[in-house]
Write a protein that binds this ligand. Structure first.
Ligand SMILES: Nc1ncnc2c1ncn2[C@@H]1O[C@H](COP(=O)(O)OP(=O)(O)OP(=O)(O)O)[C@@H](O)[C@H]1O
Length: 259
């Protein structure tokens, strides 16, 4: 069975912008799906709708199922429990999820306590260090004591990923998580998503406009344009031998295309 199944999803914003138009997607447990497209194609809208946060006033039709449960039919309280616990979210800017005024460690322990994942403060503290290590943080003790502004961009993103995976989600949704990082750090963070898949079985839905990122993640690719999926299939095929002229244009325009 699919872990995430999106069927005929349409999201219309007030004013009539149809940001997603009949989108269908399928992601297996532990799998990777890259939603690839240019700016404004509707990728973030799809990702946020899966999280139950399509935006104020958005009209949503279709189905979004997580392991068979229709998320669109759930009340906000139930969705809130699923978000964070079963679906982790990594934004482009870690500042969107990290509180600038608090140290990293307590931010992770708070999530663990809120979702009742850790029984005691002490267990939560130990878990926070373990999670930072899982997110590839080289010195978890130091990072746990730091405020976000004391960390490099890469370490901040790793801390945000530690928060996102803290409750052992089945699915991680990452929206342009490496766009603000330099090339070396970008590659390392993308590889971390691979490690989280293989070591922890966490499936990945990656939203990106970056072909190199899609290539590095592998798995399946769905190409979006003006709210629609124009092509989907294995990354190796789609990025090497696309069927749709739009994907061909994307691939041809990519400076890394013949590397
Ligand atoms: N809350 C909103 N209200 C009205 N229109 C919106 C809202 N959010 C997005 N849109 C519009 O929906 C369309 C798709 O936007 P979306 O952010 O989903 O695309 P995207 O592919 O993720 O682009 P980007 O990479 O630039 O974020 C755009 O035309 C955008 O202006």
């Amino acid at each position: 069975m699919s872990l995430l199944r999106v069927d005929d999803l349409t999201v219309t914003y007030p004013g009539g912008v149809r940001a997603a138009d009949g989108v269908s997607l399928d992601l297996a447990a532990g799998g990777a799906l890259v939603l690839l497209g240019e700016s404004g194609s509707g990728k973030t809208t799809v990702a946020r709708t899966v999280l139950g946060l399509p935006g104020r006033g958005a009209a949503v039709t279709g189905r979004v199922r997580l392991a068979g449960t229709d998320l669109l039919g759930l009340d906000e309280r139930t969705l809130g429990r699923i978000r964070g616990r079963r679906i982790g979210y990594v934004p482009q800017d870690p500042a969107a999820v990290l509180d600038p005024l608090r140290r990293i460690g307590p931010q992770i322990t708070e999530v663990l306590r809120r979702h009742r994942v850790a029984d005691s403060r002490r267990a939560a503290r130990a878990d926070a260090l373990r999670l930072l290590a899982t997110a590839g943080v080289p010195d978890p003790e130091r990072v746990a004591r730091a405020h976000p502004h004391e960390l490099s961009g890469g370490l901040r993103q790793r801390a945000a990923i530690a928060v996102a995976v803290s409750c052992g989600p089945e699915l991680l949704i990452a929206d342009e998580p490496t766009t603000a990082l330099d090339a070396l750090v970008r590659g390392r963070i993308l590889d971390l998503f691979g490690t989280l898949r293989t070591d922890c079985g966490i499936a990945l839905l990656l939203v990106t406009h970056d072909l190199a990122a899609a290539r590095r993640i592998g798995g399946e690719v769905a190409v979006m344009r003006t709210g629609r999926i124009v092509e989907r299939g294995p990354a190796t095929r789609i990025l090497a031998d696309p069927d749709h002229p739009f994907t061909t244009d994307l691939v041809t325009a990519d400076p890394g295309a013949d590397r």
